[in-house]
Each structure stands twice: as structure tokens, then as C-alpha cells.
Design a protein around this ligand. Structure first.
Ligand code: GRF
Length: 213
């Protein structure tokens, strides 16, 4: 499965996908890394891995629709058939989301549907949540909504700050995102009535990392 990965910054999830794709038996390859920021660290990660990069600055476009159309053109031109958002900090137009229906996934650092949007770790700590985690989901027009593919659960510890909790969750993101991509590329993931079913996959026993089954 040929992937485009959309980023805006650090790109640690991109790195996890690059590393996963480097394994011989991994059923996906990244053919394009697209950033809306020219100084995104993730672009360097892509260069080092020899992956085609492109920068499209949203400020160069008059509106969201034309920016999103330019992204679709770039993704198609690179031969990608599937899109992974990895810290891409722009809202997407309904048209873009429709164009890539069930071919567009995102990773979010909370157990959706809890804590959509920004400042998720601050909010989880303030509200006394005992667990948080991360979610990989198909993208739908509403922000941080869409059929859930996989989640990993992470404890919130008494002394956690937003930074320590973010770091503990990020470690799991780097495991979860490649797992979700692999399951999709293997053709095991089905969306029926907006719920994900995964065929023939046994989650590790006692795992806190759970693809739906
Ligand atoms: C991650 O926490 C991801 O869940 C969220 O944005 C952050 C991106 O980090 N969507 P990185 O750029 O992948 O390091």
C-alpha cells in the first residue's frame, strides 16, 4: 500500500512509520511526505530515509478548499493511495475528507471520543482521569471523529505533568500507528455502519493495545 504522510512538525510518528516500512515484510511504503510548514523537522527525517517530500504552505492559498485540492493533486501525483495524518495541524475540508473516504487515518493522543481537540493531557490530568492513551481512527468531517481502528491505554500517574503524560502516550503511538497501517494494508480492516471490524487478528494476550475485533 502506497502511503502519503501529512505532517506539520516534529514527525516522530512519521519516523515510527518510516522504521516500520523499512522491515522487509511490512506491507506498506511511504511515497510522499507532505508538510504545510517548510521548517518541519519531519521533512529531515523523510530526506534521511530517501523519501520524496513536498511543502505546500497553506498561506499561499486563498481558501481551505484550494489548499486541500493542491494536496490531493500532490498525493495522487506521487502515486499514493492512502493518507496518514501524523501531527498535521490543519483542519480538512469536507471535500478532502470525502475524496479520501476510508483511505485517510489520523492518530490522536487520547482515548477518543474523550478529549478531542488540543491540550488533551492538561484536560485529562485536571479532570482526574486514571487512564488516557491514543487512538488511530478513520477521518470524518468533524474533528477527531470517525471509526476507531485501534487504541492503546496508558495510565495517568499521580505526579504526571502534561509533558510526562504526553511522553508516555507518545511511546505507545509509535507502536500503535504502524500496527494500524499494517492491519489496513493486509486488508483486514472493514468499516461497516461506521464501526471497524478486524479480521483474523489476535491482539497479544493481556495487551493494553487493542485493535477492535
Ligand atoms: C502526536 O501526539 C499525535 O498524536 C498528534 O500530534 C502529535 C504529533 O507528534 N496528532 P509527531 O509530529 O508525530 O512527533
Amino acid at each position: 500500500m502506497k502511503l502519503a504522510v501529512l505532517i506539520s512538525g516534529r514527525g516522530s510518528n512519521l519516523q515510527a512509520l518510516i522504521d516500520a516500512c523499512a522491515a522487509k515484510d511490512f506491507p506498506a511504503e511511504i511515497v510522499l511526505v507532505l508538510s504545510n510548514k517548510a521548517d518541519a523537522l519531519g521533512l529531515e527525517r523523510a530526506h534521511k530515509a530517501g523519501i520524496l517530500t513536498q511543502v505546500l504552505n497553506h498561506k499561499d492559498y486563498t481558501d481551505r478548499d484550494s489548499f486541500d485540492r493542491a494536496m490531493t493533486d500532490a498525493i495522487v501525483a506521487a502515486g499514493a493511495e492512502f493518507v496518514c495524518l501524523a501531527g498535521f495541524m490543519r483542519l480538512l475540508s469536507d471535500d478532502f475528507v470525502r475524496t479520501w473516504h476510508d483511505k485517510l487515518i489520523n492518530i490522536h493522543p487520547s482515548l477518543l471520543p474523550a478529549y478531542k481537540g488540543l491540550h488533551v493531557h492538561e484536560r485529562a490530568i485536571e479532570e482526574g482521569a486514571r487512564f488516557s492513551g491514543c487512538t488511530v481512527h478513520f477521518v470524518r468531517p468533524a474533528m477527531d471523529e470517525g471509526p476507531i481502528i485501534a487504541q492503546a491505554v496508558v495510565p495517568v500517574l499521580p505526579d504526571d505533568t502534561p509533558d510526562t503524560l504526553a511522553a508516555r502516550i507518545l511511546e505507545q503511538e509509535h507502536v500503535l500507528y504502524p500496527l494500524a497501517v499494517r492491519l489496513i494494508a493486509e486488508g483486514r480492516v472493514r468499516v461497516t455502519a461506521e464501526t471497524v471490524r478486524i479480521d483474523d487478528h489476535q491482539p497479544p494476550k493481556g495487551a493494553l493495545l487493542n485493535p477492535a475485533s
